[in-house]
Design a protein around this ligand. Structure first.
Ligand SMILES: [Zn+2]
Length: 342
């Protein structure tokens, strides 16, 4: 049976309403108290999660202690770094949506914030983190170079098939990449979350999606109609956003390619019912856990699923020569030429 690596990553951060106005202060990190139960559950599924910690959950003494205890008692987990610029010193007050994205901040600020976040995580674990994800996704070459300089080995900030006003990952799929074009030693590895469609090739599906999103098409609501008919669905492998059925449909498509890794993600705040719009009640939370389990069970029925933390998975993929080279022109930035790989 073919071996596929499985990564589960959790952005571990303060609670905030993603749909509401942008937060300028940390309201609460109460969700962290639900992590040990969550960890027990996913360990029970045979998973080895990676928790991307942001500064807020470490700064708070109560959650820091929980995280330190969890790290001690669970030798098979990884703590990576998750940079929310609005809570990481030197703090950038999110006066606008734009300033909440590190791709829009001066490099000096990003480097300084990365240093304080790295140090904070090292104080909890005794080890420097080796994996990174930006808050609200998006990355640039200079930030990737800075990551390598500060000892990081893996980035996971590319959000495939997605773009905002400030950066574009629209032409990226979920393939793990070696970022050798950056010229760093060692080479940084990009391991995006798994995203795609319920039909392939994904390149064609994405072109169709982009066409239908254009104003002249959007008014006919074709995307919604195709979704309802299950003819065309863009799917992210997150139990917050997608049903088990959709995630399994995506996994089926992924298994037909030779992509060597499947990467699911969620946010720690979903473990506290009521703090995100995705999980409003205990039954939503049970459904979220069931979704994870169903996808894992499905994958286990189809392949030899090897659950690993993100750094171990990335290094293993490099060792086996399973990373694709990153084209010089492909940068997760709205200003650059993007090349699609399928
Ligand atoms: Zn975040």
């Amino acid at each position: 049976m073919r071996e596929i690596k499985f990564v589960l990553s959790i952005d571990t951060e303060e609670e905030w309403d993603w749909e509401g106005p942008f937060p300028n202060r940390v309201i609460s990190v109460e969700n962290v108290s639900h992590l040990s139960t969550f960890q027990r559950q996913v360990r029970g599924m045979g998973l080895r999660p990676t928790y991307f910690l942001d500064y807020a959950v470490i700064e708070n003494e109560y959650s820091r202690q929980i995280l330190a205890d969890l790290y001690k008692s669970e030798p098979e987990i990884e703590y990576g770094a998750h940079l929310h610029p609005w809570v990481t010193p030197p703090v950038v007050h999110a006066g606008s949506e734009a300033s909440s994205h590190i791709v829009n901040l001066p490099m000096d600020t990003v480097s300084a914030q990365l240093r304080s976040l790295t140090k904070a995580i090292e104080n909890v674990t005794g080890q420097k983190p080796t994996s990174f994800r930006s808050g609200r996704w998006g990355i640039t070459d200079p930030i990737l170079q800075e990551l390598a300089k500060q000892g990081y080995l893996v980035d996971s900030s590319i959000y495939p098939f997605y773009e905002t006003e400030w950066f574009s990952c629209a032409d990226y799929d979920s393939w793990p990449l070696t970022m050798s074009h950056l010229g760093t030693t060692p080479e940084l590895i990009e391991l995006p979350v798994t995203a795609g469609f319920n039909h392939r090739p994904f390149g064609k599906a994405q072109s169709l999606h982009q066409t239908l999103e254009k104003p002249e098409w959007a008014r006919f609501r074709v995307i919604g109609a195709l979704w309802a008919l299950r003819l065309h669905r863009k799917i992210y492998l997150s139990p917050e956003l997608s049903s088990a059925r959709d995630m399994i449909a995506l996994c089926k498509q992924m298994l037909e390619t030779d992509c060597p890794v499947i990467h699911m993600y969620l946010h720690s705040s979903s473990l506290l019912p009521g703090s995100t719009r995705y999980v409003q009640s205990e039954s939503d939370k049970s459904r979220l856990m069931m979704r994870i389990e169903k996808v894992v069970n499905f994958l286990r029925s189809q392949c030899h699923l090897k659950a690993e933390t993100i750094t171990n998975a990335a290094l293993g993929l490099r060792e086996r020569g399973e990373l694709k080279a990153h084209d010089e022109n492909t940068v997760c930035s709205g200003l650059s030429q993007l090349v699609f790989r399928d």
